[in-house]
Write a protein that binds this ligand. Structure first.
Ligand code: PMT
Length: 407
């Protein structure tokens, strides 16, 4: 099978750690797989390996100077940032991780990371004591939440002579991660997708609301995956604690009625709607305008039904491709199928939210993709980003097969 790397433009950013010498092997493997590889080096990286090594391997000039212009007179690393399919940072040192997490832009590596719309793969390597430090852990978590991908580090003998977690992932493993990321390269280019995420909040009074357990992770993962595949993504989000994935247009909503208004405003601007938000079925009929005080009496709230937003869109004579989620507790697939038909959806993602380690709040989800036509696809327990990609594979196939033909 042909590698997904063939013909891709990959930038490899080399930072100052002893593992920099292994990156020569990584770059060589990528070149042999027929990728066009551009190497960027920090000043510290050049203490370990020379630019000549990478220039000789890639047959291309190595980027070392942020002030360099290319042949067209453009700032070289910015032009590069716009043209690449993937940026790999290896070794990603503690110092570079901190600078990336803080958005600094003081060398070619941090500059290209800020400027590129391409996915970024970090391959951390450092002493085990450093990798275990909470500051480094927090920086890695922050970057992952912003959509960066991470491969390694691995446990083993370190340059210090100690054994622990901090070895750069082997070049083969990094190449495998690169291939996985490039697998979907731009297969949704130009497709306009609205994704909804999080749990709506229905006010009781100015300080209280009726909410649910949705963290937004599933919807944000779909938005991130869609952007990585080249889609134009609008993320309609209820309040969450998640940072917006890079390069999505975010629309903030709080209530189900606001969500409905936002989606109706997007109807003729999108090709696909993926409704992963957990929408409250009821709202307080008449929320108080001032904080409700204790009265010593029972408090009765009158709830009225919210509109079924996705069903309302599904009933329109013309609408974008519609994907819904079915959050069930121990229910059978037939109930998801019934929901799919009742709401006029093209596909429903069935998840049993009563399962431990899956569904609400978790980084993982176990779902079955149930299309209106064709067989359901049962997926194993997967990270939400992988669930998102598997879902988008089906969306891509449905767009290709349908009269909508935006691909
Ligand atoms: O956010 P996370 O913590 O990552 O959790 C993810 C999730 C469990 C919230 C997500 O995977 C999920 O299942 N989202 C849908 C939750 C839900 O509202 O399911 P439902 O079965 O009640 O509704 C079915 C579909 O109709 C959903 O697409 C829902 O968004 C939509 N709906 C529901 C009610 C309503 N009034 N309007 C709607 O459009």
């Amino acid at each position: 099978m042909t590698s997904s790397v063939v013909g891709c433009r990959i930038a490899v950013a080399v930072c100052g750690g002893i593992a920099a010498y292994k990156v020569a092997s990584l770059v060589s493997q990528l070149v042999r797989l027929d990728a066009q590889v551009d190497v960027l080096m920090t000043e510290e990286a050049k203490r370990f390996v020379s630019a000549l090594t990478f220039g000789a391997l890639t047959h291309r000039a190595v980027h070392e100077d942020p002030w360099q212009l290319d042949n067209q007179g453009e700032i070289a690393h910015i032009a590069l940032a716009r043209s690449i399919d993937l940026l790999v940072v290896a070794p990603a040192t503690a110092h570079t991780l901190a600078r990336l997490a803080h958005g600094l832009a003081d060398d070619v590596v941090t500059l290209i990371a800020l400027a590129t719309p391409a996915p970024v793969l970090l391959a951390p390597a450092m002493d085990a004591g450093m990798y275990g430090h909470p500051a480094v852990t927090e920086n890695v978590t922050t970057l992952q939440q912003r959509g960066y991908h991470v491969v390694g580090p691995r446990s083993g003998r370190l340059a210090s002579g100690l054994t622990g977690l901090g070895r750069l992932a082997e070049p083969d493993e990094i190449v495998a991660a690169v291939e996985a990321l490039l697998h979907w390269r731009r297969d949704l280019a130009g497709v306009r997708i609205a994704v909804t995420a999080g749990g709506t909040q229905e006010p009781i009074d100015p300080v209280r609301f009726i909410g649910n357990r949705s963290s937004g992770k599933m919807g944000y993962a779909i938005a991130q995956a869609a952007v990585e595949r080249g889609a134009n993504v609008t993320l309609v989000s209820a309040p969450t604690s998640l940072p917006a994935p890079p390069r999505v247009t975010q629309v903030a909503i709080q209530t189900a009625l606001e969500l409905r208004e936002a989606l109706h405003g997007l109807l003729d601007q999108v090709d696909v709607i993926i409704q992963a938000a957990a929408v409250a079925d009821y709202r307080v009929a008449d929320p108080e305008t001032t904080k409700i005080k204790r009265s010593g009496e029972a408090l009765v709230l009158e709830l009225v039904e919210n509109p079924d937003i996705i069903a309302g869109i599904g009933a329109l004579p013309q609408h974008p491709l519609l994907v819904g989620f079915a959050a069930e507790t121990g229910a059978h697939l037939d109930e998801a199928r019934a929901k799919l038909r009742r709401k006029g959806l093209d596909l429903i993602v069935f998840n049993d939210v009563s399962k431990q380690g899956s569904g609400f709040g978790s980084d993982m989800n176990e779902v079955t993709l149930v299309p209106a036509r064709g067989e359901p696809e049962v997926l194993p327990l997967l990270p939400k980003l992988d669930v998102a990609h598997r879902l988008l594979d089906r969306v891509r196939d449905m767009l290709q097969a349908s009269a909508r033909s935006v691909l």
